[in-house]
Design a protein around this ligand. Structure first.
Ligand SMILES: NC(=O)c1ccc[n+]([C@@H]2O[C@H](COP(=O)([O-])OP(=O)(O)OC[C@H]3O[C@@H](n4cnc5c(N)ncnc54)[C@H](O)[C@@H]3O)[C@@H](O)[C@H]2O)c1
Ligand SMILES: O=C(O)C1=N[C@H](C(=O)O)CCC1
Length: 251
């Protein structure tokens, strides 16, 4: 039985994962971490990760960016692998993820769905063929509770694209401050926030007289939760290092 600590257990994703794990004979949640403790949980919940002294094989994280520093320090000290799903991390936090992964296994992915991870590859192939003549723009659409923009997935798409382009493209988040035409070597971002949209992404290649678009829609949070649970099974017992969903899902 793989023992999980659920970081952010009383949030929307934490609750979907709790439901999936309840019906999985290979897994059990031995503790939850969340400052919001008003919910009934079938496992003990700690309002501060440093109060949690329960032994576990892996941590699944869906919380908030400000909670990630303590999480990484805790995981490093106790050598518990982390499936890190929270988005909106700062540059400094991303560096800490790299540093921490030298001492404990960390699988970080802005999107745990099979579809988006397949699209990462398809979009990279398209970039090789199209980038010379097409402008690249990314749109993400999410629910009105989301705090970070652009989405972690939108940024991950941009990073995948830029990897193919020798990291020569700059990211443009806001066109309102300057009156000038877009440059060739840029990736533009637009973020829509409203209602209960689970998560949509469009990667647009706009050329002369034609546009090619890649689109992904998540219809429920379960697509992310299932990916995170599969990742936790993969990561438990793994040596220190940086992992991502391409290690888990083989296309
Ligand atoms: N990687 C993916 O596939 C994926 C998918 C969905 C959401 N996300 C990301 O996961 C995060 C959570 O999403 P959500 O929709 O569940 O949000 P949510 O706001 O519903 O839940 C977050 C939970 O974290 C808790 N929290 C706050 N501070 C904490 C702390 N110090 N320690 C532990 N828990 C703390 C909150 O009380 C809340 O219950 C967001 O960053 C979101 O962008 C990632
Ligand atoms: O609901 C969210 O918040 C989501 N966040 C991730 C992101 O920022 O890309 C993945 C999709 C859902």
């Amino acid at each position: 039985m793989i023992k999980i600590i659920m970081h952010g257990c009383n949030g929307k994703m934490g609750q979907v994962i709790s439901e999936i794990v309840r019906n999985d004979e290979e897994l059990t949640i031995v503790a939850g971490i969340d400052p919001y403790t008003m919910r009934e949980n079938e496992y003990p919940v700690f309002n501060d990760i440093n109060k949690c002294d329960i032994i576990a094989d892996v941590i699944i994280d869906f919380a908030t960016a400000t909670a990630v520093d303590k999480l990484l320090a805790y995981a490093k000290e106790r050598k518990i692998p982390v499936v890190l799903c929270t988005t909106g991390l700062s540059e400094e936090q991303l560096k800490t993820v790299e540093e921490t992964s030298k001492e404990v296994a960390i699988l970080k992915s802005a999107n745990m769905s099979v579809g988006v991870n397949l699209l990462f590859k398809l979009v990279q192939e398209a970039t090789k063929m199209l980038a010379k003549d097409y402008d690249i723009e990314i749109i993400d659409r999410h629910h009105n509770q989301k705090v970070d923009a652009p989405s972690g997935t939108a940024l991950a798409f941009a990073d995948k694209i830029n990897e193919v382009l020798d990291n020569e493209y700059e990211y443009v988040y806001d066109r309102s401050a300057e009156r000038k035409k877009r440059s060739k070597k840029e990736i533009g971002f637009s973020a829509v926030r409203g209602g209960s949209i689970v998560g949509d992404h469009d990667i647009i290649f706009a050329g002369l007289d034609e546009v090619i678009e890649f689109h992904h829609s998540a219809y429920s949070k379960a697509v992310f939760a299932k990916g995170a649970v599969t990742a936790a099974k993969f990561l438990a017992g793994k040596p220190a290092g940086r992992y991502d969903m391409s290690d888990v899902i083989k296309f």
